[in-house]
Structures are given as C-alpha cells and as structure tokens.
Design a protein around this ligand. Structure first.
Ligand SMILES: Cc1cc2nc3c(=O)[nH]c(=O)nc-3n(C[C@H](O)[C@H](O)[C@H](O)COP(=O)(O)OP(=O)(O)OC[C@H]3O[C@@H](n4cnc5c(N)ncnc54)[C@H](O)[C@@H]3O)c2cc1C
Length: 432
C-alpha cells in the first residue's frame, strides 16, 4: 500500500501488473485477479500511448519531502525542473502524517505532515519553472543519461542535466506462519488506508515493532477507532522516541518487549495472532505463547532505502546497518559517484522528514551552483554551506538522530576521494 511491491498487482481494464494500491476506483473499471504468468494483454489498445521527449535542468525522482524541497529550491534559482512521482498526488509519506512536526517555523514546526505537503504542492503547481508528472514512474536510466518515465497514457524520454533521486524507502516484512493472510499489512499501508483514504483498516490490531513508525501508527489507529491490543517488540527496549511511547502508554496499550509474533491464524483472513516471549538469544521460550483475537496485524519492523535507481546507474554503494541497508556513497553536497546524480531523503539512509527536506535543498543548491553563474552561483554555494552546517552541527546533534548521523558520516566522502572512486568505478551513465 505504499507503491513499493508487487503484492497488489492486478489486471485492470485488461492491463496486467497494475499496482492497485495506486489506482483510483472509477465508474466501469474492470479489475481481475492476477495469478502467475499473465498472457500479453489481448484486445487492449496500447497504441494510444503518446511518446514525449523532455529536457530539464533538474529531474527530481520522487515527490516526498526530499523531492518537493529540492524542486522548489531549484526553481527559486531559475532552473527548469521536472518532478516525477508514481503516486496520485505529490507528498510521499507526508500525505499520511497527521501529527505535528517539531522545531522552528522555517522547518514547518507546528504543521502536520499533510499540511506541509499541501503547502509545497500549492507552491510548485503555480510555479512556471516546474513541470509535475504525477502517476508517473521512472523505470530506468539509459546510456547517454536518458531517463525513461511511464505515465498515464504517455511515455516520456527525459534528458536532464542533473538528477535528484529521492524515491524514499520500502517497508521490511517478516517471516511467520500465514504471513500472507489478508489482514497482515505494513504499517505504512495502514497509514495510507486510514489517513489518506479515510478507511478504517480493521477493528482490533496487533502492532509488531516499537520504533517510531510502530508507535505513531498505533496512536493513529486509536484515533481512527481501532482497538490496539498490544505492541510487540523483540528487543529488550522500546526502539522509538520516549514522547511517542509515552503517548501510547497513556492510552493503556501494552508494549511487550522481548516478544515476537510467531503465527497468525484465520479462515480467509486474520482472526488470531500468536505471540511468544524470547530469551536473550531471541529463541522462543516454550510455554510463553499468548494469543490475541485480532483482525489486523501491522508490521512496523524497519525501512530499507530504495537504492535501485542508484544501483542501476552504477553508483558506488555501501551497506550501512545504521542507515537501514545499501545506500550510495556521496560527497557532503550529496552528489553520488555518478556525476550530477544526487541522493536525498530516506534513499540516502533512513532518517526523518525534516532532514529529508534539508537534504533535498542542499542537493538542489549544489546543482544550481553548477548550472547558474555570477552572483546566483555564489549565493547557492553560500546557502548550501549554511544549510549543511546547520544540518550536521545543530539538527543532527540531537541524541535522537545519533545513529543516522553516524551512518551518514560513514558514507560521506571528500570530493578528492569521490574522484578516486569515479576513476575506479566509471559509471555507464552520465548526466549534464
Ligand atoms: C511507511 C513509512 C511510514 C512513515 N511514517 C512516519 C511517521 O508516521 N512519522 C514520521 O515522522 N516519519 C515517518 N516516516 C519517515 C518519513 O516520512 C520519511 O523519513 C520521509 O518521508 C522521507 O522522505 P523522502 O522524500 O525521502 O521519501 P518519501 O516520503 O517516501 O517519498 C518518496 C516518493 O517517491 C516516489 N517514488 C518512488 N520511486 C519512484 C519512481 N521510480 N518513480 C517515481 N516516483 C517514485 C514515491 O511514490 C514517493 O511519493 C515514514 C516513512 C515510511 C516509509
């Protein structure tokens, strides 16, 4: 339900492999179940697809907080920007965030996530330097720096001078008995259903994972009228911030540390979940099983950066446990080993929305400093340095971001080191 997997593929109006979590229902839509190999779409009018070519100073892939802020900043400096997002509307995860952000007014402190998205969308849609392609996916990058995008009724071949890649992250899944029963979903999926589309995802829930996403979603479930039976956490301590844990505890939701989900049971859909206590080696303790009568099991067991765009371009990558998985190496202005390809937001390592917005701006400013000249270029460099200093020395100084800070430091290299990496790993694609 966040557009990252193939679990919801169906045949829609004869077209196979449609992600139905991103397809709005409309009158007369024919939706068929898809199983295994799907024969070529017989009778579907594919000739109606228009081929368009576009050029841009900056292509932004992904319209979450990182991409939105990159697009707006680049437009402020007079760059021609194309921003592409697979979803119905721009906003990324912000669209489902109903809680207020912390921090200063410049960092949208006091606003709710979806309100921040609305503000960005208003500014971008009225900006003549920005072209928005929603319900459009970047599916590949080709030699010569040509980017392929498939949208509604159109195929685009975009030739950008630079790219900010901000495709976000995907949710991790867990192995347990019956994990494919309807009613088992990712926490982000539940957020999409209730916060974006206004549908109650179930009546009684069990949440697996006590990181911030698990804690926040549990509170949002309560607000939507869903009873949360418990939050289960395999580690001995709660993973998320104290403020979020305190909130759910105030409402009487037990957080069972050193517990894990072993199985779910049900006829056609989830009816019961079995939880078990674990020892210090994470082995189940026999006889400690507990059963919960629930129709919803939410997995909030971590996020993994969406690294595919960067890996496909041949960017030098590094696996970082602190950042949730493989991420591209980058310079302090977020340029990867593929010249003029930048990374920002969760794709640069799992962190949070405010740092995603700051990273998006730094990447855009670095592009602006190369594509403009004179006083504009120097202003871009100055602004990028100021933001970077604030990000590293003030914002990330918070102990809450210590892990992400450590991870991001471990994948940031000097410009000289990046030149050395480039000479050792020449990329098959280039932009600019
Ligand atoms: C499931 C989930 C739930 C979260 N919940 C919370 C929360 O409750 N509170 C909180 O503070 N933080 C939460 N976060 C963290 C925070 O939202 C993220 O740190 C932040 O949104 C990252 O911003 P981003 O711009 O990098 O990515 P995202 O906001 O994820 O945006 C990425 C965008 O890229 C688009 N995209 C991806 N691939 C392509 C492609 N190939 N072509 C076109 N478009 C593409 C996607 O459609 C999406 O809109 C959550 C994160 C996730 C993944």
């Amino acid at each position: 339900m966040i557009g990252k997997c193939s679990s919801c593929f169906m045949i829609v109006d004869g077209v196979p492999n449609v992600k139905t979590c991103r397809e709005p229902v409309r009158e007369g839509l024919v939706v068929e179940r898809q199983r295994g190999w799907v024969p070529p779409a017989g009778g579907v009018e594919l000739g109606g697809v228009e081929n368009r070519e576009l050029e841009a100073d900056l292509l932004v892939v992904g319209g979450g907080p990182a991409g939105l802020s990159a697009a707006l900043k680049a437009a402020e400096y007079g760059l021609d920007v194309v921003i592409v997002d697979e979803h119905l509307r721009l906003g990324g995860q912000l669209l489902k965030q109903t809680h207020k952000f912390f921090g200063s007014v410049e960092l949208f402190g006091g606003l709710r996530g979806f309100q921040i998205a609305e503000e960005y969308i208003r500014k971008l849609e009225s900006n003549e330097k920005v072209k928005v392609l929603s319900q459009s996916a970047v599916y590949g990058v080709f030699r010569g720096g040509l980017v392929g995008v498939v949208g509604r009724g159109a195929h685009y071949a975009i030739r950008p001078k630079s790219v900010v890649g901000s495709p976000g992250a995907s949710e991790r899944y867990l192995d347990f008995v019956n994990n494919d029963l309807p009613g088992v979903i990712g926490a982000g999926g539940a957020q999409t259903i209730m916060n974006e589309f206004g549908v109650k995802p179930g009546e009684r829930a069990l949440v697996v994972g006590s990181g911030n996403v698990g804690l926040i979603v549990s509170y949002q479930l309560l607000q939507a009228g869903v009873r949360v039976e418990a939050i289960v956490e395999i580690l001995p301590e709660i993973g998320g911030w104290f403020v979020h844990a305190a909130k759910v505890r105030r409402y009487g939701i037990p957080i069972l540390t050193r517990h894990t989900l072993r199985a779910v049971y049900g006829n056609e859909r989830v009816e019961e979940a079995e939880v078990v206590e674990v020892d210090e080696r994470f082995n189940p303790i026999p006889g400690s099983e507990k059963r919960f009568e629930v129709d919803l099991v939410l997995l909030a067991v971590g996020l993994e950066p969406d690294f595919r765009l960067f890996a496909q371009c041949g960017a030098a990558m590094k696996w970082s446990p602190d950042l949730g998985g493989p991420v591209p190496l980058r310079t302090s202005d977020l340029e990867t080993s593929v010249r003029n390809l930048y990374v920002a937001g969760d794709a640069s390592g799992i962190e949070e929305a405010t740092t995603a917005m700051i990273e998006g701006q730094i990447a855009a400013l670095s592009t602006a400093s190369k594509l403009t000249d004179g006083s504009r270029a120097s202003r871009a460099i100055e602004e990028a340095e100021k933001l970077s200093k604030f990000l590293w020395d003030e914002y990330r100084a918070s102990p809450l971001l210590a892990r992400a800070r450590r991870g991001k430091l471990s994948v940031t290299v000097s410009r000289e080191e990046m030149e050395r990496i480039r000479s050792l790993n020449p990329s098959p694609v280039s932009f600019g």
